[in-house]
Design a protein around this ligand. Structure first.
Ligand code: 6GU
Length: 250
């Protein structure tokens, strides 16, 4: 997968591309991420990328010409199909969208700054608008990193042990179960016995049940979104609803 990030602040993104799981993916060539600065496509002496909004009002708007020139230079190189604008008005990112994006061959992520980008850029070039949640960031850079990192985990070979993706929160629409490591007893608090005895089927059942319990307590809204296949798998845990009886009271 090839991702080009259009940003006025590449220095915000650059270091994150070389750390941890994402760093390994990039360094091993499982995904390539390039940073492109629209300022390099501005043609005036001051390399202007923003201007005051027509109609007045606070702040500045990112200009059409440098942004479009930058995107078009990438389209010529790669025949891009997905040009994403990161903006609070976009479709809210969730794991379902992350999976959709994980099969895209290449994409451009446009990081907006200031009060946003000239609407004509959206109309002419943008195929998808994405938001990472209902709050305001000063720019799309952190959002772009969220997208890159979440998508990278879905690519074959990026996460060494695929099982750890399958137990990620949200991977199957549920939150992850609690995890424990040594010591077996810490300040009087013991690790659940079932995790210590090597009965893998029992451990899988325990984790499934715990994932459901945590999801039901913390994010009951997620249970309403489970698809057919998931409901069937939950039924296979041996309980009618998949939800422990003691949790069924209103
Ligand atoms: Cl993608 N951009 C900005 N500026 N703010 C946001 C966002 C994006 N998603 C949530 N808030």
């Amino acid at each position: 997968m090839r991702i080009d990030v259009l940003t006025l602040f590449p220095e915000l993104i650059e270091p994150a591309l070389h750390a941890g799981v994402l760093g390994r993916a990039v360094n091993n060539g499982l995904m390539s991420v390039s940073l492109v600065n629209p300022r390099d496509f501005a043609t005036d002496r001051h390399r202007t990328v923003d201007d005051a909004p027509y109609g007045g009002g606070a702040g500045m708007v990112m200009k059409c010409e440098p942004l479009c020139a930058a995107v078009e230079s990438l389209i010529e190189k790669n025949s891009l199909r997905h040009v994403v604008l990161l903006t609070p008005r976009g479709r809210r990112l969730d794991q379902a969208l992350v999976r959709e994006m994980a099969v895209w061959q290449d994409m451009v992520l446009i990081c907006a700054r200031y009060e946003g980008v000239d609407e004509r850029v959206s109309e002419m070039l943008v195929s998808d608008e994405i938001s990472i949640g209902d709050y305001v960031l000063s720019g799309g850079e952190t959002a772009a990193l969220v997208v890159v990192e979440a998508v990278s985990r879905m690519l074959p070979g990026v996460v060494g042990n695929w099982e750890s993706v399958e137990t990620d929160s949200f991977y199957d629409g549920l939150l992850g179960p609690p995890q424990y490591t040594r010591p077996p007893v810490f300040r009087g608090a013991a690790v659940p016995e079932v995790l210590l005895n090597g009965d893998h089927a029992a451990i899988a059942r325990f984790r499934r049940r715990e994932a459901l319990r945590v999801t039901r307590t913390r994010r009951p809204d997620l249970l309403a979104n489970l698809d057919e296949e998931m409901l069937k798998r939950l039924a296979d845990t041996g309980r009618k609803t998949g939800i422990p009886e003691e949790e069924n009271e209103p």
